[in-house]
Design a protein around this ligand. Structure first.
Ligand code: PEP
Length: 249
């Protein structure tokens, strides 16, 4: 069975509540006919507004992070059940910006992924190598290490619920895109990993992120093992994001 393309908009720390509402109103009519899975990942403050505005459509709402515990003395954090309560359906975990600037560890991710699943959230797990690692021929080793650690507590049968985003760090927000061949090779490697872990290799969605734009989306997503895109910069403009959703078929 063919995999449904999955296109997610990672807004990072952009858009007020008012701006989020305007974006959703501009996006929805443009993608009304799509059969693709579409997710918007706003900052915490705009989650409820997007949940309300997309009401009655198939657009999912995803947070950009969460804490692994359900509640507790963790000032400034938000838990998976709290996200579920406001209508959020998915959560980005392990984005390289969180790993790089906020000390996100594989140990924490090994707890976050099951906590998200337990709360009924779809994890969008990000993995990817640095430029140095790629130059040293270490791409597969880095991906394997991250996948092994971050998915350590997820049983094979549940791996199909996780969306895995291959995001080479050197391509994020840099305007440098992985070539379709590089992205395909890494996504195929990830699919093999899922298979070897006893997961549904044919069903799991593996998406690419790193300077995806309307002009390069179709070729990237057209690769056999690339099932969609996690889009940062180009997702801030409703017309550009709609064009990427349509380019995914
Ligand atoms: C991202 O934030 O996940 C991302 C891929 O950003 P950009 O599209 O701007 O490279």
């Amino acid at each position: 069975m063919p995999r449904t393309p999955y296109i997610a908009a990672n807004w990072k720390m952009h858009k007020t509540v008012a701006e989020a509402g305007e974006f959703v109103d501009a996006l929805l009519p443009q993608i009304a006919a799509t059969q693709n899975d579409v997710a918007i990942c706003p900052p915490f403050t705009a989650l409820s507004a997007v949940v309300e505005r997309r009401h009655g459509t198939a657009v999912k709402v995803a947070a950009q992070n969460m804490h692994e515990e359900g509640s507790g003395a963790f000032t400034g954090e938000v838990s998976a059940p709290m996200l579920g309560e406001v209508g959020v359906e998915a959560v980005v975990l392990g984005h390289s910006e969180r790993r790089q600037y906020f000390g996100e560890t594989d140990e924490a991710l090994a707890r976050k992924v099951p906590a998200a699943l337990e709360a009924g959230l779809e994890p969008i797990l990000c993995v990817g190598e640095s430029e140095d690692a790629r130059d040293a021929g270490q791409t597969d080793a880095v991906l394997e290490r991250q996948l092994q650690a971050d998915l350590a507590e997820v049983v094979g049968g549940k791996l199909g619920v996780v969306v895995i985003a291959y995001e080479p760090i050197w391509a994020i927000g840099t305007g440098r895109t992985a070539t379709p061949e590089q992205a395909q090779e890494a996504c195929a490697f990830i699919r093999d990993f899922v298979r070897e872990r006893g997961g549904p290799g044919e069903a799991v969605r593996i998406i690419y992120g790193g300077s995806v734009k309307p002009g390069n989306a179709a070729e990237l997503i057209g690769q056999p093992d690339i099932d969609g895109a996690l889009v940062g910069g180009a997702s801030l403009d409703a017309d550009d994001f709609a064009a990427i959703v349509k380019a995914a078929g």
